[in-house]
Each structure stands twice: as structure tokens, then as C-alpha cells.
Design a protein around this ligand. Structure first.
Ligand code: SF4
Ligand code: SF4
Length: 533
């Protein structure tokens, strides 16, 4: 890899707990000023100081001490590009450490690839909470929250509830029929809605009830013990649910609800282009892939296209990974940035002398701690396994699975929990297509796949089982440019160009997300319906 701007790369052996990878980094990161050291966070901190005073971009091979180096950069008024890469738990702390130099170079080079931050969505909550329950647990929770939040308790089919002595927050009767919205903007349709009788003496009585009442809230604390009000409810911002019979989880839920006041930013995970969406034309439904996969209900039909509610979206990326037209594109990072990182990783690895690269996609919440545990308490990652952190493994489209193969990887895996946060149906479909294409082009049988592991030893065994398939002997080096759909096209072309046994046609299964059309030109009447729809 060659650099687009002068860069100093500080490569630390972490008190000689791993090899000095300087020579490999010099080979892989051409043009960089590489300095190897043994304790940049302590005895050699002055070397970091002088690198940060030089005005060049700086990469430091340590994420553990990133806060320290960040503070130092701020103190020195460093305004340049400072990035960090973890080469220790990912490579240096491994029984394969002696051979991990090319990986260290590749990870350091990848870290320097820029990625623009995604746009943000702001959710505002004024602290109006609806506590939904059916017994005294909900009233107790309301009492605990009343000092911080504006509380209403809604009781579904209440029985034998003792009235408060002082009515310091409203307690109503009602059963939620429908709920929609998100933190700061919930709207509930309530049946059997009734106000309490002020004269309730030994137990709370209610007046005449009505159906279809509408209630709004910023936060819902659901202690009803019933069916969750939302699909994938744990992903709905502002909706907190606990089993009313479990006092510990009720206490945790109350504390969580109490904190949900103010403004909360989250990424706009999906970059949506309505004009590319093939949902419907002439009242004929053409595509429902994203609708079928979205776990949160954030996507709804909206005429010829769909609409994605960014406030409800939880960022799993399943829609973007499945979208055949690129209308729904993942933004954390965007597809071009992700592919650029992968290209830099694999090209640098090869230039630094690495062989048989296996790309291991993982997320930060589950995958990173597992890799960390494998390094600290087990054998560590093999030297040819190149970890790539993504926001969610479910965001990976066919282009992200196949481009590494074109760039010379002999296998690609994504690390998932055995109890994943998001459904894996979409990712499994993309793996199947990536494998079909790779197999048909001679790259091997099971080039892509998922590893489901919650235990570092299971991860290690799964990695051991990977037999490197046929990597391309003339790997591609194409620069990924453009949006998702054009990236997919260029990746397919390069996958074909670099293929060990290229074939010009691959039969895709029925309902595959892309492919060709055979038009019977003899039967065409030039009505133009197909092109104008
Ligand atoms: S998957 Fe893509 S093309 Fe299909 S309906 Fe969803 S956004 Fe539109
Ligand atoms: S990213 Fe996931 S939650 Fe968000 S709209 Fe797409 S499928 Fe739904």
C-alpha cells in the first residue's frame, strides 16, 4: 500500500510482549516513516510527542492507550490525522505471533483509510413516561419515577389495587391495542380506557370506559408481563420492558427509564434513495426484500417505493445487505469506505509477504471481546486471519463478501454470536450467493461463511477448520468507487477477471436479487411498458 499523505507509523511491541513488527510494516506501508518501540505509552512517550509535533499524519499501533495519546495530541495542538490500530490482541498476542508481521502492516494501513462520519438523527425526550402494568408493581415504579419524570400509570384490567392516599400522578385504566413511534414520540391507541373514581375507598374503581383513546409519551416502561408492544422490542429506543415478577429486572428497567430524558443522537444508518427503489410500479409489487427482513418495522410501503423511519431503525443493515438496487445503502460506513478498507488491508498484507489471507468480519459488541479473550487466554488469532470490525455483520452485502476474494483472500468469515442480536436470514442468503459465485469461478467450495461462537475456544476451533481454498493467482487491485450498486457491478467484473477458472454465466437460484433478463425480441410489440414502469 502506498500512502496518499506523509505518515509516521509508531509500532509498539508492548513491553516486548510481542515481536517488533517494524520490518513488515516498512514492507507493507510503503512511504511511511516507521518507528518501532517497546513502550510508547511510558518510557518512550517523548517519541510520540515528537511524532505529533511534526505535522505529519500519525498511526499508533495501540488502542488500549488511545485516550492517553489523544490527550497528548490535544495538549500539543495536533490538528492532523491521528489513528490507532490494535495489532496486539489481533496478532501480536498469538502463538503465531512470529508470522504476524504482514497482518500488523495490513491492520495499520487499513486504520489510516478515512471514513466519513454518518449523519445523525436526534431523538428528544422531555421525560413523559407511561408506566404500563396491571398491578401494584406499576404503581410502585411510577412512584419511584415521579421525582424525575412526568408519570402516568396505565393499568390493564386492574384488580384489587389499593388507592393512593395522595394522587400525585395519574393512574388510569386501559389496554394498549396499538403502539408506534420511538423515544420522544410514542403514540398509543388504548381500549377500555377509563379514569379512576375519586371516591375509591378500599380498592381503585374506574368510571365508564371507552375504546380507541390516544395517548402520547416520550418513554414507555412496560411492566405488564404481556406480549411486547413492538417487534424486536429490545431495539426500540425509549421502550423499556421488564418482567413484573422479577424485582431485580424491574429495578434495572426503572433506572434505565429514568435516564431517558434529554437529546440522544444516533447514526442515520441507512442512506435511502427512493428513486432507485423497485418496490412497486403500476400497482404491481416488485420487491419486498427489505420489508421482509427488517426486524423493527422501520420500513413501510410508500407508493412506488418504501420509506425508512430513521428514528425507529436500529441499524442492523439487513435491508441494505439485501437491497438489489442500492436504494437502501448502509452508511456506517458506506459501502465504498468499507471496500476501500478491505482493499488496503489485503493489498498491504500481500505486499508485506502475507499468504492465504482469511478475512474475519466481526462487530464491536460481541466479536471484539471474543477475539480479545482468545488473545489473552488462548492461542490468539492465526497469523493469516485478518479481523475487520464492522458495525453489524448483518450489514454485509454480496459485494463485501466477494470483493475480498477478488483481492486475494482465500476465505471470508463473519463472526456472530450463537444467540445473535439480529436475525441472520439475510446474511445467510448473501453468503449462499457469494459461495455460488466463488465456486462457479473456481475459487473453492465454501469460501464464505458464518462462525457462530460465544466462546473463544469455539472460535479457535472454527478457524482451525478453515482449509484455505484456491486464492486468485492474479488478484485484482481495482479501486472501489461509487455507490453500492456500481460497487457490486465492478466487484463482479473483477471477481470474474481474477477468477482461477472464469466462466461467463453463472445460473443463479430463483428469486436471486440480481441477474440477467432474456427478452424475446420477436414477441416485442414496442409498447414500452417495461421501460416506462
Ligand atoms: S430492498 Fe431495496 S429495492 Fe427492494 S423494496 Fe427495499 S429499498 Fe426498495
Ligand atoms: S437497518 Fe435494520 S432496522 Fe434499520 S431499516 Fe434496515 S432492516 Fe430495518
Amino acid at each position: 500500500m502506498s500512502l496518499d499523505k506523509p505518515r509516521t507509523v509508531l509500532v509498539c511491541s508492548c513491553e516486548r510482549s510481542m515481536p517488533r513488527f517494524g520490518a513488515s510494516v516498512v514492507r507493507g506501508c510503503k512511504g511511511a516513516r516507521v518507528e518501532a518501540g517497546d513502550q510508547f505509552c511510558g518510557a518512550e512517550l517523548d517519541r510520540v510527542r515528537s511524532a505529533l509535533s511534526g505535522g505529519e499524519a500519525v498511526t499508533i499501533s495501540c488502542t488500549q492507550q488511545a485516550p492517553l495519546f489523544g490527550d497528548l495530541a490535544e495538549e500539543l495542538g495536533f490538528a492532523g490525522d491521528l489513528v490507532f490500530a490494535n495489532i496486539r490482541e489481533t496478532g501480536g498476542w498469538s502463538q503465531d505471533a512470529a508470522a504476524a508481521g504482514p497482518k500488523a502492516a495490513a491492520l495499520l494501513a487499513m486504520a489510516a483509510e478515512p471514513a466519513s462520519p454518518p449523519a445523525l438523527v436526534t431523538l428528544s425526550s422531555n421525560g413523559v413516561v407511561l408506566v404500563y402494568g396491571c398491578d401494584a408493581t406499576a404503581i410502585d415504579a411510577g412512584r419511584q419515577l415521579a421525582e424525575k419524570l412526568d408519570v402516568t400509570v396505565l393499568l390493564s384490567r386492574p384488580r384489587d389495587i389499593a388507592p393512593h392516599r395522595v394522587w400525585d400522578f395519574p393512574v388510569m385504566q386501559g389496554t394498549i391495542r396499538q403502539a408506534r413511534g420511538h423515544l420522544g414520540a410514542f403514540e398509543l391507541t388504548v381500549d377500555d380506557f377509563a379514569a379512576p373514581n375519586p371516591s375509591s375507598r378500599d380498592r381503585l374503581g374506574f368510571g365508564i370506559s371507552r375504546n380507541g383513546a390516544v395517548s402520547n409519551a416520550d418513554i414507555i416502561l412496560d411492566l405488564s408481563g404481556g406480549v411486547p408492544l413492538f417487534p424486536a422490542h429490545e431495539l426500540r429506543d425509549g421502550y423499556v420492558k421488564a418482567d413484573p415478577g422479577d424485582r431485580a429486572s424491574v429495578a434495572v428497567a426503572i433506572a434505565r427509564a429514568a435516564d431517558l430524558v434529554g437529546e440522544f443522537d444516533k447514526p442515520r444508518f441507512i442512506d435511502f434513495s427512493a428513486d432507485l427503489c423497485a418496490h412497486s410500479r403500476s400497482r404491481i409489487t416488485g420487491c419486498t426484500r427489505c420489508l421482509d427482513l427488517c426486524p423493527t418495522g422501520a420500513i413501510a410501503p410508500a407508493g412506488d417505493h418504501v420509506a425508512i423511519d430513521a428514528e425507529v431503525c436500529a441499524g442492523c443493515g439487513s435491508c441494505a445487505a439485501a437491497c438489489p438496487t442500492g436504494a437502501a445503502a448502509y452508511a456506517v460506513p458506506d459501502a465504498e469506505s468499507l471496500l476501500r478498507r478491505l482493499r488496503t488491508l489485503l493489498v498491504t498484507y500481500r505486499e508485506a509477504g502475507g499468504l492465504d489471507a482469511i478475512v474475519l468480519f466481526h462487530d464491536l459488541g460481541h466479536g471484539e471481546p471474543l477475539i480479545d479473550a482468545l488473545a489473552r487466554f488462548g492461542a490468539g488469532l492465526p497469523a493469516n486471519v485478518l479481523p475487520v470490525a464492522v458495525n453489524e455483520i448483518t450489514q454485509l452485502g454480496v459485494e463485501a463478501w466477494t470483493a475480498p476474494v477478488a483481492w486475494g483472500a482465500c476465505a471470508v468469515r463473519a463472526l456472530s454470536s450463537a444467540k445473535p442480536r439480529h436475525e441472520l436470514t439475510g446474511i445467510a442468503a448473501n453468503v449462499a450467493i457469494a459461495n455460488l459465485l466463488s465456486r462457479s469461478l473456481g475459487y473453492g467450495a465454501e469460501v464464505c461463511g458464518l462462525i457462530e461462537a460465544d466462546d473463544p475456544d469455539i472460535l479457535a476451533s472454527a478457524l482451525d477448520l478453515i482449509t484455505p481454498d484456491v486464492a486468485s493467482r492474479r488478484p485484482a487491485a481495482f479501486l472501489p468507487l461509487g455507490k453500492k450498486r456500481s460497487l457490486l457491478t465492478s466487484t463482479m467484473l473483477e471477481l470474474h477477471r481474477a477468477a482461477p477458472t472464469p466462466v461467463d454465466r453463472v445460473a443463479l437460484p430463483a428469486a436471486a436479487p440480481f441477474g440477467g433478463l432474456d427478452v424475446n425480441v420477436d414477441g416485442c410489440t414496442l409498447c414500452l411498458s417495461c421501460v416506462s414502469a
